[in-house]
Design a protein around this ligand. Structure first.
Ligand code: HEC
Ligand code: HEC
Length: 466
């Protein structure tokens, strides 16, 4: 009898924190499982887990539908908050704390918006890390959505179609090498005041910088990236240097899942009585999983595709959609905490992309990245512009050159999915791309068909288990 009482008292105290955030039963609790079973950063840094186990843990995070036991949501709503766009002040439908769909709280799992491998077959083929149709578009920070009243049909903010994550390891590696090069050029400029330095890396020119004799930097000549000379390939506007950076924000934005690296350890920043909603180790595993997905592939070219590729280059598409970029290394490093201007800092893990993905080696010991992009932002003209009122946003008309690999399988096209076919997407290119688009418009039907034959050879990966 005494034993039973002790057991009861002990289990009561163990249950107390759980009861506080809502009843958990044998059937319902956090979908991430008990804390003891969750992946910790030191299991990755001390290499007590195999690569496969880490990758598997990342896949679990990517596919878990988070619920309130996991910490889903922004916590207590603060109607007095400074802005309804801020986490914690975001309104939800009927004030029930789950969804609004606009500016976040729009899904329960990453998979909801990244699940289609191929859209070119009917029915579509599914694949973890893929794209989705316009129904999965994120509606980011609008101030006005008015379908029926004073401004019919008007919407502002950003309407964005989810891209796939395939091949993102190669893209991140490229960007890190380019950033390291540009930071060196910045040092060179600082050491040579009065001399204008060209910012060229991997054959891509990002303008130039200049230090005056007082040591003040002039960045007015920088093109297509931010003034800190960090290449940010992720996000349709090129705003994130690494997948990790993106993932942390995605957790908060879509689900109100707060990461330890954002809010601190044992901190309940949203007051929902769930602590450590997403651990540092979980974001590391997610980052590793996302960046070891296979890259898209190119189908074997017949004559039409070969000729189409030549025309694609001749008319100038390849000026922005660079067919191939090369890395010096084949090893992608993972850092925590990340320092964007110094991608080599705080490395805790690394992966050889030629061993863990289908990236192929080049002759310099790096990898070949057939991405069809220059990782630069370009102005595509006012017809493509977003109306967006965040002061430090890059120009509303600028987007990073879309990577065309896999394009056969990823309709709809352009950042918001406004183009349902590839031809439609090409015809929407304005401003900086105007002369090249005119060249495309002037092609005869046969040549236009050849360019399309070539573009339709760029396919999603096979996603075979390796
Ligand atoms: C409601 C739909 C939605 C959900 C849920 C979602 N995403 Fe996305 N994802 C998007 C959209 C839209 C973009 C493009 C965003 C942009 O351009 O800023 C994107 C872009 C990305 C990118 C950058 C890809 C690139 O090449 O630029 C990564 C990485 C990513 N998502 C990972 C995740 C992860 C991890 C989760 C879960 C934590 C997640 N996403 C959940 C819609 C979603
Ligand atoms: C000045 C640079 C530039 C040139 C030249 C250019 N593009 Fe683009 N292209 C872009 C940018 C930037 C985007 C992304 C637009 C967006 O996100 O809305 C894009 C998007 C696309 C897309 C849609 C991709 C997707 O996944 O949604 C296709 C297809 C495309 N370009 C094909 C072409 C072809 C074919 C040519 C040559 C006729 C060409 N582009 C020339 C910059 C360029």
């Amino acid at each position: 009898m005494r034993k039973m009482t002790v057991l009861f008292v002990v289990s009561f105290f163990i249950c107390l924190p759980v009861l506080a955030k809502g009843k958990t039963t044998t059937w319902e609790g956090p979908n991430l499982g008990p804390m003891a079973t969750r992946i910790k950063q030191d299991q990755i840094t001390r290499e007590t887990l195999s690569f496969k186990k880490i990758q598997q843990a990342g896949k679990v995070i990517f596919t878990t539908p988070f619920n309130k036991h996991d910490g889903y949501g922004d916590g207590i709503f603060d109607p007095e908050g400074e802005s309804p766009r801020d986490f914690g002040n975001r309104p939800t439908l009927q004030g029930n704390g789950t969804f609004l769909r606009v500016n976040g709280l729009d899904a329960q799992t990453c998979l909801e918006c990244h699940f289609i491998l191929k859209n070119s077959t009917i029915p579509a083929k599914f694949g973890i890390g893929g794209v989705a149709g316009a129904n999965a578009n994120a509606v980011f920070m609008p101030t006005l959505i008015d379908v029926a009243e004073e401004n019919p049909g008007e919407i502002n903010g950003r309407f964005i179609n989810p891209p796939f994550l395939f091949g993102s390891g190669g893209v991140e590696l490229l960007a890190k090498e380019m950033t390291a090069d540009l930071q060196k050029l910045k040092e060179e400029a600082r050491d040579n005041p009065g001399t204008s330095i060209e910012l060229t890396t991997k054959g891509i020119r990002f303008g130039r910088i200049y230090y005056d004799n007082e040591g003040i930097i002039d960045t007015t000549g920088v093109e297509g990236i931010d003034d800190d000379l960090v290449v940010r390939p992720f996000g349709r506007k090129g705003e994130f240097a690494t997948v990790r950076g993106f993932d942390v924000l995605a957790m908060q934005f879509h689900f109100g899942m707060q990461t330890v690296e954002d809010v601190g350890e044992d901190v309940d920043a949203d007051g929902d009585r769930v602590f450590n909603e997403i651990l540092v180790g979980e974001i590391s595993a997610l980052h590793i999983f996302n960046t070891t997905l296979d890259r898209p592939i190119i189908e074997k070219h017949g004559n039409a595709e070969k000729e189409g590729f030549q025309i694609f280059k001749q008319i100038g598409c390849a000026l922005c959609h660079r067919p191939v970029l090369h890395t010096k290394s084949r090893v992608l490093t993972y850092s925590f905490p990340e320092i964007e201007t110094d991608p080599g800092a705080n490395v805790f893990y690394w992966v050889d992309l030629t061993k863990r993905t289908n990236f192929r080696r080049n002759r310099q010991g790096g990898i070949i990245v057939p991405l069809f992009s220059d990782l630069k932002r370009h102005d595509l003209g006012s017809a493509m512009a977003e109306s967006f009122d965040i002061p430090d946003e890059p120009t509303n008309r600028e987007f990073i050159t879309a990577r065309l690999w896999g394009i056969r399988d990823t309709a709809p096209y352009m950042h918001d999915g406004r183009a349902q076919t590839i031809t439609e997407a090409v015809r929407m290119h304005g401003e900086e791309a105007e002369p090249v688009r005119t060249n495309f418009d002037n092609l005869n039907d046969d040549d236009e068909d050849r360019v399309l034959a070539f573009l339709y050879s760029l396919c999603a990966p096979k996603l075979s288990e390796r």
